[in-house]
Design a protein around this ligand. Structure first.
Ligand SMILES: Nc1ncnc2c1ncn2[C@@H]1O[C@H](COP(=O)(O)OP(=O)(O)OP(=O)(O)O)[C@@H](O)[C@H]1O
Length: 512
């Protein structure tokens, strides 16, 4: 099992040599010091008494640098008004937006500038900053703005950081999965998606379908928001107290911090899908998927269709079985016996005690090895209005579905809305913005190690079921409204769908 803190790095060892050099900093004489990851300067000469010591943190205030002759040119990206050129003297840590600037440190000799350049390069390397990235751009995600986001938001920062990159646009559905599946991973320090959350999930699935999946999945992934649903970026930035913005998302990647990320195996029979975000069944899935036909309305489509769905509130029969995380054993009712999901076909290809699915030629990832005998299942019986099972706190910028979710705790957060009056359902939808809906007596909120959905028919219907959606992908559809241009669904609506979590299996670039 991976260390949940894996990849988190502190500043380089303090014993890195301190450099002190007389210089001109943005034209004024000064004494420049590089100590650890701090670049500081103190005015000397005529203004020495009035000038104060200024500093930049390489880790959090600096994009990159260049050495040109005797000049060390530092591209800054610091918070606060001070960071604006021509006086990019920000100290970081303050409030406000980050702004780009440049600090020019002119040394007395080219050798000195060279020495400083090498020292700063070493310190960036020790911070784990990526040097080579594959950037996958979905030109069709969201408002079809992926290409523009790449040109105007990503490229300027990546170039200032001196990162080498290859950009590849997706040309069709599942293209990102194919790219991740066949990529020469030796060439890259990370795979970045300029897209919605869907492309990120394709990349994770592509990496786990490789026969070298155990090393492939450790290649850090990253995301710059350019889709309709940008829940992962919102969750990452929010967890670090950073506002949602493209540039904050790009800078998080440049800084090179990574955090471990749970991967959930969603399994039905021999079919598997790997999720890093969430699964929804019921009201929210219906709103997300069925409102597609009102896309011409723009962002109003979700509000409009939510209202429609609440007025004609649907309830779904079925059962949700789960293995509670420690401390959540009081939820649901005990279940005496469950049929092993391994008996339905998945086990035919699963080697006991390993996480591989093998054929004659290769072995790919099959999910965490779970000893079914150790699992103590409990259950909730329908009818349900909605089930949300999530690994991260946000579904999109404005929807906090699982306020207590952790990226790598090895558990999923379940928020189950039981049968409730229409007025309550409307109130719950409105309170999803800040996550306070989970306090309602109509919502059961708990953490699980494993969960199984046994989806049933809509209350009052003998033929129509619901929609099960995971990370934007419709997994199963029990209604009759599938459109002709919709791809085949991975799973059937009716047979159980089981979720198990592999703690911290993937790594993702994160501001902290
Ligand atoms: N060139 C393409 N043509 C059509 N579909 C594509 C193309 N490239 C990627 N896709 C598909 O677009 C879907 C959505 O991608 P993405 O994650 O960027 O956006 P999203 O916010 O999840 O969804 P959307 O904005 O489309 O509602 C993915 O399922 C992906 O397979």
């Amino acid at each position: 099992m991976a260390d949940p803190q894996a990849g988190a790095r502190g500043p380089p060892e303090p014993q890195a040599e301190t450099l002190v050099e007389p210089a001109r900093v943005n034209g004024s004489t000064a004494e420049a010091t590089l100590s650890g990851t701090e670049l500081a300067w103190r005015p000397t000469g005529a203004i020495r008494d009035s000038g104060e010591r200024r500093k930049l943190e390489l880790e959090s205030d600096v994009l990159g640098f260049q050495v040109e002759g005797r000049a060390l040119k530092v591209a800054t990206f610091a918070r606060g008004d001070d960071a604006r050129p021509p006086s990019p003297l920000g100290c970081g840590g303050g409030g406000g937006e980050r702004k780009r600037g440049e600090l020019v440190v002119e040394m007395e000799s080219e050798e000195a500038a060279q020495r400083w350049g090498e020292a700063i390069g070493d310190r960036f390397a020790a911070l784990g900053r990526p040097k080579r990235l594959l950037i996958i751009v979905n030109p069709y995600g969201g408002n079809k703005g992926g290409r523009k986001v790449f040109q105007t938001e990503v490229l300027p920062l990546i170039e200032a950081a001196g990162i080498h990159y290859i950009m590849q646009e997706t040309t069709h559905r599942l293209h990102a999965q194919e790219i991740a599946h066949s990529l020469d991973l030796q060439k890259y320090d990370g795979i970045i998606c300029v897209s919605g959350d869907g492309i990120l999930v394709e990349v994770v699935n592509g990496l786990l379908q490789r026969d070298d999946w155990s090393t492939a999945i450790k290649v850090p992934v990253g995301i710059v928001p350019a889709g309709t649903g940008n829940g992962m970026v919102q969750a990452l930035l929010h967890s670090a107290g950073e506002p949602f913005s493209m540039s904050n998302a790009v800078f998080a990647i440049i800084r090179g911090h990574k955090r471990a990320l749970d991967v959930t195996s969603v399994v039905q029979g021999k079919t598997r899908f790997f999720s890093v975000m969430m699964l929804t069944w019921g009201l929210v899935a219906d709103i997300d998927i069925e409102s597609e036909k009102f896309r011409w309305m723009g962002s109003a489509r979700i509000d409009f269709y939510s209202l429609l769905r609440v007025v004609n509130l649907r309830r779904y029969n079925g059962r949700i079985l789960f293995v509670p995380a420690p401390g959540y054993e009081r939820f649901g009712d005990p279940v005496e016996q469950t049929t092993s999901y391994k008996s339905d076909g998945a086990s035919n290809t699963m080697e006991e005690g390993t996480s591989n699915v093998c054929n004659d030629v290769t072995c790919t990832y099959s999910g965490p090895s779970v000893d079914e005998a150790d699992l103590k299942w409990r259950s909730l019986n329908g009818p349900f209005v909605n089930a949300w099972i999530s690994n991260i706190a946000f579904a999109s910028e404005g929807v906090m579905i699982a306020p207590q979710a952790q990226f790598a705790d090895g558990y999923l957060d379940a928020a189950i809305i039981k049968d409730c009056p229409r007025s309550v359902a409307l109130g719950l939808l409105l309170r999803m913005k800040d996550g306070s809906y989970i306090e309602s007596p109509y919502v059961e909120y708990f953490k699980v190690k494993a969960l199984r959905i046994e989806p049933g028919l809509r209350v009052g219907s003998s033929t129509i079921g619901g929609i099960i959606d995971s990370d934007g992908e419709v997994l199963a559809r029990g209604d009759v409204t599938q459109t002709a241009d919709e791809p085949e669904h991975l799973m059937a609506y009716g047979p159980p769908i089981q979720l198990t979590v592999d703690q911290g299996l993937a790594d993702i670039f994160s501001p902290r």
